[in-house]
Design a protein around this ligand. Structure first.
Ligand code: 3HC
Length: 699
């Protein structure tokens, strides 16, 4: 037989078995060329009597990792025909065996479910992660999965989007056999064994049993787990439908809903975040071959909340940590918190009980910085005081071995100024973790103009080792995230001064999808922290501290949840914010003092004002070169500040609103518009176009 399959499919024969190999690196996404090749291969094999069975396998590191996400923006007629390819498989008259390795995800796994059989390597993973892109499995997944694993398990898998390993997948009936040794050899042998099996075991022909309880439980739970999101609702409805209609009807409905989800701003936002996160790892001018340092031992200075949380990241990754404090009492308290956190994880089943001690055994507490001589990386995590930090870095310079990376966890201070007290400023970098540092995924990597490429490359690599998303930023007050937060809080304060209540501001941001509005968040973090940071910044700038009603709340001793009162009251030691009559009085008195006549603000006004402020500050940050791209800002604000991924981050959200609208909002509130934002609005462009143009000019 001549090779009928052009494009991205290789065809070969092993006796009576036809092998179709997908060759679309790096992850064999279902791009244009894949369906054409597969269909052509299947058409030829259907009429060739010498072919008894077909094996479909991925070349390179994985089976198909899903539909090609980039093609979702193409007009429908140009999109690769995944559903049609699977329909052809489902109607194919001979056994078809999907041979899975790597990650068979989304449309890739759906294609495998359209085959009559599936075999996999022991380390293969299968899953339907579409929900993480604001989508639903759109190529039969919502209809086939419940027919194999039942409604409850199907909902678990599709709503979590978490892949499962080959062994559990086999136990669930999703995989027929695990192949030890060479996958292709095993798959061909398996195909030969099932070549004469009739009728063909087609999943689409099986019934799915109704499970109204599981459906109802899922409906309840997505209200909390996927608040405000569209695609999880489609998913629950479609899985339910699978139990009530013939396959073809459910499948047709799935197709309609998939297009609705794909074309929604929510999915556009989540797809933007998918690529933004990956883009952040690419630093223009930083060669891929830049040598990195092996981080085998880490030193952490400070065993407070931040220091302890930072240390846990490394302990979790199996990297020994020496943690330094100034007093035994502080050291004991820090260690105790770490132990308790691990024990709580073990009690919740998130950590094996034996791993608690294993991790603690990697931790060496000490009162002497001299014990940091063998650390490859030392992270300072003491309070925000330039003099203290300079003193620590002077001492570190004397103690640390040559080549060690010296990092500060400062959230605001000039890393270059700290580096300048050492004899090796090229080894100094900011590693800004976010609280709780063992949980939050963001790591702002702050480079100075002296930080070496190798230190930068090592930091980026390290962020992946400890499961963080590292984003490289430059030095300025608050770097990217906190600088935007300051501007946002300042605007929130003004909105309250002009007439909104703090709870209306919080409710507005909550309705946008942020877990907390600015005031609930400040109360939780400690109102005094922002107060002290503003005071220090004003002192550094040699200016008086700007007047703000929130500071007057702090001056009353109301420092947030920790004192039982902040912008809100927290009666009986609780954590639920309750509007405070005392703060209401304070705000009214403040308005009177400033001669402001309060005006009502609608929820939409508050949302547009605060999000426009974020984008405006983001545009300034971009212009100053503090962030490399708008998408990096989105990554920072989504992973570090709770901006919902389905809004795509503040820069993407602004582009979705239209930058002209954003400019008008800023002008309506008499805010100075960042020149870059104004220019993009005038040119009718988005921040994504700005990123793309810059990337082009850098290559
Ligand atoms: N489409 C397009 N590009 C993809 C892709 C996809 N489905 N999956 C990965 N890529 C690209 C990445 O953008 C990256 O490109 P880059 O090198 O230019 O930055 C490259 O492939 C490698 O990806 P990673 O850096 O993420 O590599 P990892 O090895 O860390 O992870 C992975 C591999 C687990 C496959 C991960 O990339 C992933 O989770 N991909 C997304 C899988 C997914 O969501 N599939 C469902 C798609 S939607 C769908 O199938 C709809 C259907 O139901 C109709």
């Amino acid at each position: 037989m001549t090779d009928p399959t052009p494009h991205l499919i290789r065809t070969s024969r092993d006796g009576d078995v036809l092998i179709l190999t997908i060759d679309n690196p790096p992850v064999n996404a279902f791009s244009p060329g894949v369906p054409e090749g597969l269909k052509a291969g299947l058409d030829a094999a259907a009429t060739d009597d010498t072919v008894k069975a077909v094996v479909i396998i991925g070349g390179g590191r994985t089976f198909i990792a899903g539909a090609d996400i980039r093609t979702f923006n193409l007009p429908r007629e140009q999109a690769p025909d995944l559903r049609g390819t699977i329909a052809k498989l489902d109607a194919f008259p001979k056994p078809t065996v999907a041979a899975l390795h790597g990650t068979a995800l989304g449309g890739g796994f759906e294609l495998a479910l359209g085959c009559t059989h599936r075999v996999a390597t022991p380390d293969a993973k299968v899953g339907l992660p579409e929900v993480k892109l604001g989508l639903l499995p759109g190529a039969g997944g919502t209809q086939r999965l419940p027919r194999v694993v039942g409604v409850k398990k199907a909902l678990d898998l599709i709503l979590s989007g978490t892949p499962v390993g080959a062994a559990p997948a086999r136990d669930l009936g999703l995989i027929d056999e695990i192949v030890e040794g060479d996958l292709l050899t095993g798959a061909v042998a398996f195909a030969r064994r099932v070549a004469d099996v009739r009728p063909l075991p087609r999943i689409s022909e099986r019934p799915a049993q109704p499970d109204p309880e599981a459906i109802e439980a899922a409906r309840q739970s997505i209200r909390k787990t996927h608040r405000g999101q569209l695609s999880p609702q489609f998913i629950v409805d479609l899985v339910d439908l699978a139990t009530r209609t013939p396959f073809n009807e459910g499948h047709a409905e799935e197709g309609v809903n998939f297009v609705q989800a794909k074309d929604s701003p929510q999915s556009r936002g989540m797809r933007h975040m998918f690529f933004a996160e990956r883009e952040a790892a690419k630093i223009p001018g930083l060669d891929k071959t830049t040598p990195t340092t092996d981080i085998r031992r880490v030193g952490v200075i400070g065993a407070g909340t931040m220091g302890g949380g930072i240390a846990m990241n490394f302990l979790n990754a199996g990297i020994p940590v020496t943690i330094v404090e100034t007093a035994q009492e502080n050291l004991d308290r820090g260690l105790n918190t770490i132990r308790k956190t691990y024990e709580a994880s073990a009690a919740k089943g998130r950590l094996k009980p034996e791993d608690v001690q294993k991790r603690l055994d990697l931790l060496t507490p000490t009162l002497s910085m001299d014990d940091l001589g063998d650390a490859d990386l030392i992270i300072e995590a003491v309070f925000e005081d330039m003099a203290v930090k300079k003193d620590i870095f002077t001492r570190l310079d004397a103690v640390a071995k040559p080549g060690a990376i010296l990092a500060t966890n400062t959230s605001t201070l000039d890393v270059g100024e700290i580096a300048a007290v050492t004899s090796r400023p090229e080894q100094v970098i900011g590693l800004h973790f976010f609280s709780p540092a063992n949980i939050m995924k963001l790591l702002e990597i702050v480079r100075t103009d002296k930080t070496s490429d190798s230190v930068l490359a090592t930091s980026l690599k390290l962020s992946r080792t400890i499961g963080k998303v590292g984003v490289v930023v430059g030095v300025c007050n608050g770097f990217v995230g906190n600088r935007m937060l300051y501007a946002y809080r300042e605007q929130a304060s003004k909105a309250v001064l002009e007439g909104a209540t703090p709870q209306a501001v919080d409710a507005a941001m909550n309705s946008l999808g942020l877990p907390m509005g600015p005031y609930a968040m400040s109360d939780m973090a400690g109102l005094d922290i922002g107060y002290m940071a503003r005071r220090a910044a004003a002192e550094r700038a040699g200016q008086p501290m700007p007047d703000d009603w929130v500071d007057r709340v702090v001056q009353l001793g109301r420092k947030g949840q920790k004192t039982g009162a902040g912008v809100y009251d927290y009666p009986d030691g609780g954590r639920t914010p309750v509007p405070s009559p005392a703060v209401d009085d304070l705000i009214q008195a403040y308005r009177a003092e400033k001669g402001v006549q309060p005006r009502e603000a609608t929820q939409d006004d508050l949302i547009s004002r605060l999000t426009a402020t974020l984008a405006n500050e983001g545009a300034r940050i971009l212009e100053e070169g503090i962030a490399l791209r708008a998408s990096d800002i989105d990554t920072i604000y989504t992973y570090g500040y709770g901006f919902p991924a389905y809004r795509g981050g503040p820069m993407h959200y602004a582009s979705e609103q239209g930058l002209t609208t954003v400019v008008q909002t800023l002008e309506r509130h008499s805010l100075e518009v960042a020149p870059l934002l104004r220019r993009l609005a005038q040119e009718g462009k988005t921040f994504a176009q700005y990123d793309a143009e810059r990337a082009k000019s850098q290559t």
